[in-house]
Unconditional design. Structure first.
Length: 183
C-alpha cells in the first residue's frame, strides 16, 4: 500500500513538473494541510473524532475552472468507551476539481470528487490488526483564499466512504492548509 501511495504521489508531482513548460495552458500546484476528522454512520458509533494530515498535488486549466488533483491522506480515530485502541487510515485519492468564478478572485470556492484507495488498520492495546486496502469514493468542497501571487490558504471538507467488507467506513475530514502554485 505504501508503494502504491508513493507511486501515486510521484505521478502527481511528475504531472506538476511536466505542466511547467505548458504554463500558458495549465498550472500545477502542491500543498499540505491537516485538521479534524469526524466519523459517520456505523463507524461513528464506535469511534471518536480524530485528526487528519493531507498532501496534495494537482493541475488546473488555463482559466482555472477545471483541474485534477491527487492527494495522500492519513486519518486516526480512537475507539469510544474504555477500549484502548484506534483505527488508522492511510490512502490516496484522485479527484476532479471544479472552481467556479474568476481565477483572479481573492476568495474562490471549489468542488471536488473522485475515487481512491485506503488501507485501514485497527490497533487494540498493543496488538495491531491486519490492514486491508479497499476502494473509496469522496465528494466535497472548499474555499481558497489568495495569500500572495502563487500561494493560497484553503479550507475544505469532504465525505469519504471506504467500501469495507462488513459495512462501509465513512468520515468527514475538515482540513486547513497551504497551496503553492496554480491559478
Amino acid at each position: 500500500m505504501r508503494r502504491t501511495i508513493a507511486g501515486l504521489v510521484a505521478a502527481g508531482l511528475l504531472t506538476v513538473g511536466l505542466a511547467a513548460p505548458a504554463a500558458a495552458q495549465a498550472r500545477g500546484y502542491v500543498g499540505f494541510g491537516g485538521g479534524l476528522s469526524f466519523p459517520m454512520g456505523d463507524f461513528g458509533d464506535g469511534a471518536k473524532s480524530g485528526y487528519n494530515g493531507l498532501v496534495v498535488a494537482g493541475i488546473t486549466g488555463a482559466n482555472g475552472m477545471l483541474g485534477g488533483r491527487i492527494d495522500g491522506m492519513y486519518n486516526r480515530h480512537s475507539f469510544e468507551g474504555t477500549v484502548d485502541g484506534s483505527t488508522q487510515m492511510l490512502g490516496a485519492n484522485l479527484d476532479l476539481v471544479v472552481s467556479p468564478g474568476s481565477a483572479a478572485a481573492k476568495v474562490r470556492p471549489y468542488l471536488l470528487g473522485g475515487l481512491g484507495f485506503f488501507n485501514i488498520k485497527s490497533e487494540v492495546g498493543t496488538v495491531e490488526g491486519e490492514g486491508e486496502t479497499k476502494l473509496a469514493f469522496n465528494l466535497g468542497g472548499g474555499l481558497s483564499l489568495k495569500a500572495g501571487s502563487k500561494m493560497s490558504v484553503f479550507l475544505e471538507a469532504r465525505y469519504i466512504n471506504i467500501r469495507t467488507d462488513v459495512s462501509s467506513t465513512a468520515f468527514i475530514p475538515v482540513s486547513v492548509g497551504l497551496r503553492f502554485g496554480g491559478n
